[in-house]
Design a protein around this ligand. Structure first.
Ligand SMILES: [Zn+2]
Length: 61
């Protein structure tokens, strides 16, 4: 009898590198649905990364 691969090794989680702090971060449960869109390791870096570019070229509404 064989057990089909149900368990996922913890070391197998996907990784990305944050462009703001330059640190690698690992997949988290909360990113389950949007991992492809995740660029920054945290909300803090996300604001920082966006703010740097967005602040100057911000369109006025
Ligand atoms: Zn970061």
């Amino acid at each position: 009898m064989r057990i089909s691969g149900k368990a996922v090794a913890k070391g197998d989680l996907p990784q990305k590198t944050c462009p703001v702090c330059g640190r690698p971060f690992v997949w988290r449960k909360k990113w389950e649905a949007c991992w492809d869109d995740v660029v920054y390791c945290s909300e803090r870096c996300r604001r920082k990364g966006r703010g740097a570019k967005g602040a100057a070229a911000r369109p006025t509404t």
